[in-house]
Design a protein around this ligand. Structure first.
Ligand code: ADP
Length: 739
């Protein structure tokens, strides 16, 4: 190859190399640029990452700080908790699920008095073992193994019952253990030594108080006997004295002695009742009784006082409510007597109304009855209403001071009603009147016969005449439920004007201002009306002799019992819508012809009375003085038994407390003698004992009847008459009289 060619080729090669170089430089620059960009991105990323790392570091630091604060707080809380647990007087410990002690406070550990083995980690079984070995607990009659078994059984039960243990030191610890969710046990050991000691002291004090109370009530029983026996003499002798021809002045003195004696006996009875209830000695006696009759009997007793004060006594006994119940008749009467007596005592004008309402259940079931005693008397100030049921509490202001009383009546009534399971209350407006009420649940003995309330069909309309609006309202309601429409008038004059409105019957009260019931009956007849007139009188005895009596269809005791009212209404004859003539049917029946006299009696009735007290013997003999009997006295039980055999009495009156042999023992001896002979002489206890249960005790001793001192003449005569055998002449001399 030529040089020129070589040079050309060389140049071409150089040019190609230069181009390649250039191209490579371009590529290198591009790669450099790319590299630069990447490095930039990378460095930015590094910066960011660094910032994040810093953040995380800061966060970490904060968490660390928070954690340490929290830890400090937990430590403080834990320390405080433990400090608190340490200072409490009672023991506190907790165990893990394997029953190993985790921790316990000082009080809990203190029981073990430094025994080293009782420490965290010790198992419950080991602790029980230590307790019995070291005699930490007084395990009584149990063996250590039995005690440990008992305690372990309890520990393992799902919900351990609290357990009281006694430490060697005499302290009492109540263990209360509770299982946690993790199976561990929290154990509380309460030191109840003070409580137990206090309870023991209380028991001791209660025992002493009960003994004192028993002593008090037996003291009262004896006192009652001691007081009643001479009082029997005082009241009885005053009674006898009154039967002798006394001058007016002497009569007054003797009456005062008798009345004061009787008042004293009422107080003694109140105090006795009160202490009987207090000593839980009052036993309720259940018997069948007629509540309505009891109320009317009490009204009869209280009527004279009410009449003297010009008060109306009213009874509103729910027409369809049964009257025969089972309950303690005597105690219910006692409450009624107190409430009715108070109502009359604290009322100067107006009326006292006894209202009985209730729900009538089926026979044999219990009826809830409400009895209220409303009066229009002085009332009770609001601030005293809560106070009067307390013992010896009275309203005790100027106006009240003039009334007699002990302030025990309401307190006794309240206790009696509560004892019978009832409630008692009072509503009162000062100056306007009071309403005392009580409610009781009593089993019903007899549901009234519905026929008793079926009235004659012609009896449609009655005219009621009474100046007392409350009484008119009661009658109107009672007649209303019997299907009789009523017209009400406040007086006779108005009644005479309204009678023309057409009525089948007039029911009038007796005592009214201006024209009384008798005058009204006369005026009705004078006006030519022949319709029947029923008169309600609080004093039928006096009204019986009034010439106007002939105009009456019937005269009923006021307040009238439902039964009497129904009977009188039923006897009204209303012929075919005509005005009825007054009938004679309800007028007093002629006196019953005396029965034929018995065959002439051969002997006197023999009565034996055993009584150690001379005055009482005298009182007794005076009380039976008028009787036609052969009376002998025994002065003690031994004599009574002897006389029973030699005198062969028809009836024996037996004092209970007598020297040498008491009445119960003497009765026992008499019954022994009678055994197998078929004889049974009636023996009547005469006793001053008035404590609950006495009656049962006396009757259980073989006595047949029971009379409390001071003795009452009618009760003695009744017992003698009842015991009169056929071959003896009548002690009251009735056979001779009839013959
Ligand atoms: P006493 O009647 O013997 O004082 P009570 O316990 O029966 O005792 O009554 C206590 C007091 O309650 C009476 O003294 C009287 O102040 C008041 N009180 C009772 N009943 C009535 C009543 N119906 N009206 C006004 N006050 C009454």
């Amino acid at each position: 190859m030529s040089l020129a060619n070589k040079l050309t080729e060389e140049r071409r090669a150089r040019l190609a190399a230069e181009r390649l170089l250039e191209q490579m430089q371009v590529e290198l620059q591009a790669a450099n640029r790319k590299l630069g960009k990447h490095a930039l991105a990378l460095s930015e990323e590094i910066v960011e990452t660094r910032a994040e790392v810093q953040n995380v570091r800061d966060e970490n630091q904060r968490v660390k700080t928070d954690l340490s604060v929290a830890n400090q707080k937990v430590e403080i809380a834990e320390r405080r908790l433990w400090d608190s647990i340490e200072v409490i007087q009672d023991g506190f410990a907790f165990f893990d699920a394997e029953s190993r002690l985790i921790a316990a406070n000082r009080a809990w550990m203190g029981v073990f008095d430094g025994l080293e083995d009782v420490k965290p980690g010790a198992s419950f079984v080991e602790i029980l073992q230590i307790i019995t070995e070291e005699g930490v607990v007084n395990i009584g009659d149990m063996t250590p193994a039995e005690w440990r078994e008992m305690m372990l059984d309890r520990w393992q039960s799902p919900v351990p019952e609290p357990e009281i243990i006694r430490l060697w030191s005499g302290e009492y610890i109540k263990l209360i253990d509770q299982r946690g969710n993790d199976g561990g046990m929290v154990s509380l050991a309460l030191n109840i030594t003070d409580t137990v000691r206090y309870e023991e002291q209380l028991k001791d004090a209660r025992y002493k108080a009960e003994a004192a109370n028993r002593a008090k009530s037996s003291f009262l029983a004896n006192m009652s006997h001691e007081i009643r026996t001479p009082m029997n003499g005082v009241v009885g002798m005053a009674e006898l004295l009154l039967d002798t021809g006394l001058s007016e002045e002497q009569q007054l003195y003797a009456e005062t002695i008798r009345n004061s004696g009787e008042a004293l006996l009422v107080i003694i009875n109140d105090v006795l009742d009160f202490s009987k209830i207090e000593a839980d000695k009052l036993v309720l006696q259940t018997e069948q009784f007629d509540l309505e009759r009891s109320i009317h009997e009490l009204i009869t007793l209280m009527q004279p006082t009410a009449r003297d004060k010009g008060l109306d006594l009213l009874v509103d006994y729910d027409v369809f409510l049964p009257t025969r119940f089972e309950g303690d008749r005597g105690r219910i009467r006692q409450v009624l007597t107190n409430l009715m007596g108070n109502a009359i005592k604290f009322t100067e004008t107006g009326h006292v109304l006894i209202r009985v309402v209730g729900v009538s259940p089926a026979e044999g079931e219990e009826a809830r009855i409400h009895v209220t005693i409303e009066d229009t008397g002085i009332g009770i100030p609001e601030d005293k209403v809560g106070h009067i049921f307390g013992e010896f509490n009275q309203v005790d202001d100027e106006r009240n001071r003039k009334f007699e009383g002990t302030g025990l009546g309401l307190s006794i009534s309240e206790k009696l009603i509560r004892l019978m399971g009832g409630d008692i209350w009072v509503d009162s407006v000062d100056g306007e009147g009071s309403s005392f009420g009580f409610s009781l649940s009593l089993p019903v003995v007899e549901i009234p016969d519905p026929d008793a309330t079926r009235m004659p069909s012609g009896l449609k309309r009655a005219l009621l005449v009474d100046d007392c609006a409350a009484n008119r309202d009661i009658l109107a309601r009672q007649l209303g439920v019997l299907g009789i429409e009523t017209l009400s008038c406040g007086g006779g004059a108005e009644a005479l004007t309204r009678i023309a409105e057409g009525v089948d019957l007039v029911v009038t009260t007796h005592t009214m201002p201006e024209m009384d019931g008798m005058e009204l009956a006369e005026a009705i007849r004078a006006a030519g009306y022949h319709l029947p007139v029923i008169l309600l009188s609080a004093n039928t005895g006096a009204a019986e002799n009034d010439p106007a009596r002939q105009h009456l269809h019937a005269m009923l005791q006021k307040p009238v019992s439902r039964q009497e009212l129904f009977t009188a209404l039923k006897s009204v004859k209303v012929p075919n819508g005509q005005r009825p003539e007054p009938t004679q049917s309800a007028q007093k029946a002629p006196p019953k012809q005396a029965d034929a006299p018995p065959a002439a009696a051969a002997r006197l009735m023999r009565v034996l009375a055993a009584e150690d007290n001379k005055t009482n013997r005298l009182v007794y003999s005076k009380m039976v003085k008028a009787l036609n009997i052969d009376l002998k006295f025994a002065e003690n039980g031994i004599e009574a038994v002897e006389l029973y055999q030699s005198f062969d009495p028809d009836v024996v009156f037996m004092d209970i407390s007598m020297p040498e042999m008491d009445g119960k023992e003497a009765t026992g001896k008499i019954r022994e003698i009678e055994a197998g002979t078929g004889r049974h002489v009636p023996i009547v206890a005469m006793t001053a004992h008035a404590m609950g249960g006495d009656q049962e005790g006396i009757l259980a001793a073989g006595l047949d009847f029971y009379l409390t001192k001071p003795l009452k003449k009618p009760a003695i005569i009744e017992r003698i008459s009842e015991a009169c055998p056929v071959d003896a002449c009548d002690p009251l001399g009735r056979d001779q009289a009839a013959g």
